[in-house]
Design a binder for this molecule. Structure first.
Ligand SMILES: [Zn+2]
Length: 406
């Protein structure tokens, strides 16, 4: 029963967090059994020079695009053609996919991310390799193979039946087969998916309580393309709604350019959003309407969207979340929530992960930062967010097992 004496910074809700100095975290059966100011146990790890946070939750990231981060940006559709599709085709080579998978997960852990929601390239083998690597490294993740059965380059275009059946096979092989791994159905976005494929995904996921992820309204040219491909449907959001894809287990990446009607539809269907400020900035896609989405009561959380995002650092996402809003000041407590507990919430796991709370899984990270020099938690949290490049992650634990140490 490991006991760690350390300092804790943890979110409570979107407006509040808690800072505790010199407390004892006891871990039992993969979970935090207590966080207390004293302990009867004499043998404990003294990590009072470090700061413990809940592991970060990245709600939208493309494993197979890790190598193309920072490639000279163009707008979304050109970026996909010139960089993404070319790179994802390379994952057909299984040695390449394996090497990439290891690099990606190592970097993810180094960044302090303990839970991630991942798209792999469309090849089934690339997704299989990602699951194998995640299992080997002890990572908590939801992983899905990207699906695209129309309007796609020949080397990525899938036969519709095959795309669906391969996804179902991966779901059956991996979904909840370990404590840490789940499958997520991942149609890339409406322009490259037929209505038939989207409907089959919707039917299957509803019958099996499975999650879906896709992209929505990231860029204005993309929206025009969707309008031309689905001329009879009122909006991009309605294309997904009509196919049955919206719902409480659906995570929509970006959701930047939405009408009031579309926002209302997302709220009504309890769909979730992954907000990717770095990627939106990089591709000049636009600015997420954080205040309107919040006002509508739609749950959203932060994400890196690597490779259009340039880094796996969720600390950096917290900073950019505020920087990208011109009329709304995202407070440190709020940004912290979006990088942790809000992610847990949109995955339906808020009772399991997302904060340093007794009863939850011990998904913990330890920053190389001695809080002695900080007068209070507010200064400390603000420092972590805005000076994040000066801070190193020293140790990462998932379900009580150490998976990374520097
Ligand atoms: Zn994406």
């Amino acid at each position: 029963m490991p006991v760690i004496k350390t300092n804790v910074l943890t979110p409570l809700n979107e407006n509040k967090f808690m800072f505790l100095r010199n407390v004892f975290i006891t871990i039992r059966n993969k979970r935090i059994s207590s966080v207390e100011t004293s302990t009867a146990i004499h043998s404990f790890r003294d990590w009072t020079h470090l700061l413990c946070l809940p592991g970060f939750i990245d709600t939208h990231v493309h494993l197979s695009q890790y190598y193309i981060r920072g490639r000279n940006g163009n707008d979304l559709l050109k970026w996909l053609q010139e960089n993404v599709f070319v790179e994802e085709a390379r994952s057909r080579d299984q040695d390449y996919a394996r090497k990439l998978s290891h690099l990606f997960f190592d970097a993810l852990l180094q960044a302090g991310t303990t839970t991630s929601v991942i798209y792999t390239a469309p090849q089934s083998t690339a997704c299989e390799i990602a699951f194998e690597t995640a299992r080997e490294l002890g990572v908590r993740a939801m992983i899905g193979k990207t699906m695209m059965d129309t309007n796609s380059p020949a080397d990525l275009l899938e036969n519709s039946d095959q795309s669906f059946q391969e996804s179902v096979a991966l779901f059956q092989r991996w979904h909840q087969k370990t404590d840490l791994l789940e499958y997520i159905f991942s149609p890339r976005f409406a322009p490259v998916c037929t209505p038939k494929l989207m409907q089959r995904i919707a039917d299957f996921t509803r019958a099996n309580n499975a999650f879906i992820q896709t992209h929505l309204a990231e860029n204005t040219d993309e929206i025009s393309l969707v309008k031309s491909l689905f001329p009879d449907v009122g909006s991009y959001t309605e294309v997904y709604h009509k196919s049955g894809l919206l719902g409480p287990r659906t995570i929509l990446g970006h959701a930047i350019h939405l009408s009031e009607k579309e926002i209302a539809l997302l709220a009504e269907t309890e769909s979730k959003i992954a907000h990717c400020p770095d990627s939106n900035f990089f591709l000049k896609s636009g600015s997420f309407s954080l205040a309107s989405i919040k006002k509508a009561g739609i749950d959203f959380a932060l994400a890196t969207d690597v490779g259009a995002g340039t880094t796996l650092s969720m600390l950096e996402m917290m900073k950019l979340c505020n920087y990208r809003q011109s009329d709304y000041r995202v407070k440190p407590a709020e940004a912290f929530y979006y990088a942790t507990l809000a992610g847990a919430r949109i995955l339906g796991k808020e009772l399991e992960i997302g904060s340093v709370t007794a009863g939850k899984f011990a998904d913990l990270i330890f920053l190389d930062l001695n809080p002695d020099n900080f007068a209070n938690g507010e200064d400390l949290l603000s420092h972590i967010i805005y000076l994040n490049r000066e801070i190193k992650v020293k140790s990462v634990m998932i379900a009580g097992s150490t998976v990374f140490s520097a």
